[in-house]
Every structure is written in C-alpha cells, then in structure tokens.
Design a protein around this ligand. Sequence first.
Ligand code: ATR
Length: 266
Amino acid sequence: MTDLYAVIGNPVAHSKSPQIHAEFAKQTKQDMAYGAILAPLEDFPATVEKLRREGYRGANVTVPFKREAWRIASDLAARALDAESVNTLSFENEKILGDNTDGAGLVNDIVGNLRFDIRNTRILLMGAGGAARGVIMPLAEQRPGQIVIANRTMEKALQLAEKFSITAKTYSDLAGDRFDIVINATSSSLKGELPPLPSGIFADNALAYDMMYGKQTPFMEFAREQGASEIADGLGMLVEQAAESFFIWRGVRPETKAVIEKLKSC
Ligand code: ATR
C-alpha cells in the first residue's frame, strides 16, 4: 500500500511541498504519495483527525496552523518544544508526534548549500514571531559568537532573548553594529516592506538571508546596496526543511541540490 502524506495549510494551493516530496520519493524509490490539503481556518484539528482516520502516515503543516499543530501533538520533539510550533506531524497508532524542521532547514541551507561557516559569527535575527523563534536554537547549536534579535515590538524580542539567552535590540539600537549573517525572519517581505535597518550593518563577506522565496524582496535589495557579499532567499531552506521531514518519516536522506536547482528554474 502506498503511504500517504500531505501538507495542510490555508491557503495551500501555492505550496511547493507536493512537488519537492514527489522528487524525493522518486529519487529514493519510496512508495508514497504527497498531496495538499486546504483546512478550514477554524477546523485544523478536525482535518488532522480525518487524515489519521484515512490512514495517512504524516503531514507537514504550514501557515497559519503551525502553532495549533504544536498544541494538538501528543508528543513533541525537543526542537518543536523550543519553537512552540510544529511543521511535521507523524501519525503512529494513537500518537501524534510533532517536530519542527524549519531551523534545521535553515542551518543546512546556510552550512551545506551556501557553504557559510556559522561558528564564531555575529548573527542578526530580525523578527520575533514563530518563524524567528523556530530557528534560534538550531542556529545557537552551530556556536556563533553572538545572536542578536531585533524586533519593532521590543517586548517580544526581550521575551525570546530571555528564554534563549541571546541579546535583544530595537532596530535603532543596531546603528554602529556589524554582522556576518543577517536573517530576515519577519513577515515584512510578504508585504513588500523593509525592516527599519540602519546602514552599515553588514560586515565584510556577510551573508544576507531572507526566509521568503519566490521574488527579490526589499531586504535583498537593501543588502545588495549595502554590499552584502552573499544574498539568499528561503528556497534552499524550504527544500532542506522538507528533506528533514522526509527523513523523519522515511528514515532516508534525499539529495537536495538537484531539487533546489530544479525549483529555481521553474
Ligand atoms: P511568523 O509566524 O511568520 O513569524 P508573526 O508571528 O505574525 O509571523 O510575526 C511577524 C514578525 O514580523 C513580527 O516580528 C513582526 O514585528 P512586530 O512584532 O514588531 O510586529 C515582524 N514584522 C512584520 N512586518 C514588519 C516590518 N515591515 N518591519 C519589521 N518587522 C516586521
């Protein structure tokens, strides 16, 4: 019997996950099918129950349900506990196992694909919502010299800074600081906006990383003008988080490079 998986979101039609997992399944010869399920905004738990009853083996969870998935999981992996958000569910008998592969996806893209060594670097993480929260511990595990979190609403940055023992700043506090890696984990790019960054924050050979993908963002343009030497969007992270989910479900690590290249050319 073909094992069934899906991504659950709202909206979900734009999701590239079905294509990515189909590529992984073909490459690793796994007998599985992966679809996209639109869940009503008020009915995520019922959607999950329906999939379980139908014999699905697992699901990815995307906007806006990652927090709710964290709430309904019966067992949580450490990284999902830290993130307080779940993007990967595995259905095992009566259990709903919740994990979060977003942070691993980001780190694997930066280290494995972009070949950027995180150790001893100064990292600026912009944003203090779920997207930022999910990547703090995986970044910290790479032993950077420093992680600074910046957010318009200082209160939220302070809460994360306290929890994860990192430094919180407002955007204007950043004037005069220089970073080796600047990550945009805000939702500003979705709205065509730029976080209020001061000039001169990129150190020599700096990486600018926008977690959004699909088009040039105001942050990526700013990074170019400000002389960042490497500028990346979140397409690599998307494929890497999928690979990590695939590994959780199937116990096999798919090759990601060719899949990233293929998606870039679409
Ligand atoms: P997500 O789960 O994607 O992180 P979220 O919880 O709504 O979404 O958080 C959105 C983040 O983007 C917040 O950190 C928000 O900053 P505030 O907390 O100050 O609102 C940030 N954000 C959104 N638009 C922004 C902009 N134009 N400039 C800077 N930060 C922005």
